[in-house]
Design a protein around this ligand. Structure first.
Ligand code: PEP
Ligand code: MN
Length: 369
């Protein structure tokens, strides 16, 4: 059961105290609090877990701090919609807004290789008005002898360069909970020139201890990749692990499914699930066309498959695009063959904007009263 308290209820008010003391004395019911900070107000949501079937919803609605009571299904308790569309979607981080209606592009290096490539990437992004990027420092690799990423050693100069080029948010995959502390400390030492969105890779979607550790902190929002060999429901439950531990600033990323049927693409593009994720949950939805498609091959129309897949996702309402970019892909240590080139970026961004505007127009057509 989910209770929404009246907006901005002070925690030291009588109404709040009376309400909480009633709830905490319920038998076999665990009470979990969740503050949702919006632009205008802070909403406190209270989750009653356990033996809630017999609870009298009217009696709980009558408690002084309670605005409304919602019976919720077991799935995605915090991140789900539960037929209550007014529940807020999205969040702000470092001055960038993320929700189920807008769009942010994160182009950048699959893997940080050297300071020259990082600087050149950030310069091109900044010249093109971008404030977000992706930079892999901790790389999960199939082959143990492949480059594993520079790890924490590259963080100081990556963060400093990001600050120099006005980058506010870097999506950065982590593979171990210690990496949260390493990133926190490096940002602290650099004087917070930028921000980080912690990325959980497709190979770690069901690494539950990693998810719990990331969920226990609220400093960094999270980009959770869909597991490439599990059901959508299983991946959405993985996102709920983050929220159940306290961090609901989560973006869900579609990145293709591993199956021979996707050939000649690296994975089977799954962007048709964008509206499904939006219907089932309140998470903004990201698409990763690079890891879905995996090659720079183009159709006779002169448009590469990666760019086509991006357009398909954005026109269907994607809220974020995570895309590999490299100033010199032949020299990239990871995933060079799928990286966008500097000369391609302006057209790519123009296309993404066009598709997002088209999505908004499509939405208007189907919502005419
Ligand atoms: C990545 O984005 O660099 C990556 C490794 O993606 P995925 O986890 O989706 O394979
Ligand atoms: Mn990659």
């Amino acid at each position: 059961m989910l209770l929404i308290l009246h907006p901005d209820t002070p925690k030291d008010s009588d109404a709040y105290r009376q309400t909480m003391s009633f709830l905490e004395n319920l038998d076999n019911v665990e009470v979990r609090l969740h503050d949702v900070s919006g632009r205008q107000q802070t909403l406190t949501e209270v989750y009653l877990l356990g033996d809630t079937k017999a609870l009298d919803a009217d009696a709980i609605t009558a408690l002084p701090a309670v605005e409304r009571v919602i019976r919720i299904s077991d799935d995605y308790r915090i991140l789900g919609r539960h037929r209550y569309a007014q529940r807020q979607t999205g969040f702000d981080y470092k001055g960038v807004h993320f929700d189920q209606n807008n769009l942010n592009v994160f182009a950048g290096l699959c893997a940080v290789d050297n300071p020259q490539h990082v600087e050149e990437t950030l310069r091109v992004l900044s010249d093109n008005g971008q404030v977000c990027t992706r930079m892999g420092a901790y790389k999960p690799r199939t082959n143990p002898y492949s480059f594993q990423g520079h790890g924490s050693s590259c963080l100081p100069w990556v963060f400093e360069l990001a600050g120099k080029y006005g980058i506010r948010v870097i999506a950065m995959e982590i593979t171990h909970e210690n990496h949260i502390r390493e990133i926190h400390e490096a940002l602290e030492q650099a004087g917070h020139p930028t921000g980080v969105m912690l990325q959980v890779g497709t190979r770690n979607t069901q690494n539950f201890e990693l998810l719990k550790a990331i969920g226990r902190q609220n400093e960094f929002p999270v980009l959770l990749k869909r597991g490439f060999g599990i059901t959508l429901n299983e991946s959405l439950n993985a996102a709920e692990y983050l929220a159940s531990e306290g961090n609901s600033n989560v973006i869900f990323c579609l990145r293709g499914m591993k199956t021979e049927a996707g050939n000649p693409h690296r994975n089977m593009v799954d962007f048709a699930h964008i509206p499904v994720v939006k219907r089932l949950t309140r998470m903004p939805v990201c698409i990763d066309p690079s890891h879905s498609v995996g090659t720079r091959d183009a159709a006779p129309d002169g448009i590469s498959d990666i760019v086509h897949a991006t357009a398909q996702g954005v026109i269907a309402g994607a809220n974020m695009v995570l895309v590999d970019f490299h100033p010199n892909p032949e020299k990239a240590l990871v995933d060079g063959p799928q990286a966008l080139l500097p000369k391609e970026l302006p057209a790519f961004l123009e296309d993404v904007t066009l598709c997002h505007e088209t999505y908004l127009k499509r939405q208007a057509i189907y919502n005419r009263s």
